[in-house]
Design a protein around this ligand. Structure first.
Ligand SMILES: [Zn+2]
Length: 240
């Protein structure tokens, strides 16, 4: 299968002009307070729906969860191959930590993961355009819809890491009353597969991420879930 080799890492400046024009790699966008930020430049190329479903960013978060969009996203960016900023794997890492803290599955909303600068909800410089923001509408079986629920979970998010920012409860712009928004700010990631020297930009052979884990799979290493069980069994604490 095409995605067996891992996900191709791309410099969006090298992509076809339509995609490049929609992703606007390296372009400045201005936030609500007049602060300007540079859009991400390095993306994972997701060749197919199957690849999106197969790639796990963490034990409990698949890549496809960050790609849920509706017609508010530009048509070309809803068609495969699709593109997602490389920093999404850092977001998934933090969401996995949050999931541990909550002890329950986290459900991302449609349009609640990566949104391109061309997305109709991508106003100002929202970190959703960096792939570093998540909108959560359900935790376990609890719909996040009222002040008490949102404020309680927001405190849990803040306790997980100072790197995470949560949107306060409220009905005005810049607040939320029907989901939890958390983000890592304008974090960009230059993957190890990329050379940043412009003279090296165009490579004969593409670079692929997520290969190391696959090498591990080939050697018969236990998968991440089994490893977690192993650690739990050997750990000093009893977990229910
Ligand atoms: Zn959001």
């Amino acid at each position: 299968m095409e995605h067996e080799a891992g996900l191709k890492v791309v410099d969006a400046l090298d992509l076809e002009s339509e995609v490049c024009g929609l992703l606007r790699p390296g372009a400045n966008v201005v936030g609500k307070r007049g602060d300007s930020h540079r859009l991400p430049r390095y993306f994972y190329e997701v060749p197919s729906r199957e690849a999106a479903a197969d790639v796990r960013l963490t034990p409990h978060f698949g890549l496809n969860e960050f790609l849920l969009v509706d017609l508010k996203e530009a048509g070309r960016l809803r068609a495969f191959p699709r593109y997602v900023p490389c920093a999404v794997r850092v977001l998934a890492f933090y969401l996995e930590r949050l999931r541990d803290a909550l002890g329950a599955p986290i459900h991302l909303a449609v349009n609640g993961g990566y949104r391109s600068p061309a997305h109709k909800l991508a106003v100002g410089a929202t970190p959703h355009m960096w792939g570093t923001a998540a909108d959560i509408y359900k935790i376990g079986n609890v719909l996040v819809r009222d002040q008490a629920t949102i404020e309680t979970y927001n405190r849990v998010v803040e306790d997980v890491s100072d790197d995470l920012w949560v949107m306060p409860f409220g009905h005005e712009i810049g607040a939320t009353d029907d989901h939890i928004h958390l983000d890592l700010g304008y974090l960009t990631l230059v993957p190890r597969e990329i050379a940043e020297d412009p003279s090296e930009r165009r490579r004969e052979s593409p670079r692929y991420a997520f290969e190391e884990r696959r090498r591990g799979d080939r050697r018969g290493w236990p998968d991440a879930g089994d490893l977690a069980d192993l650690v739990r069994e050997r750990g000093p604490e009893d977990h229910e």
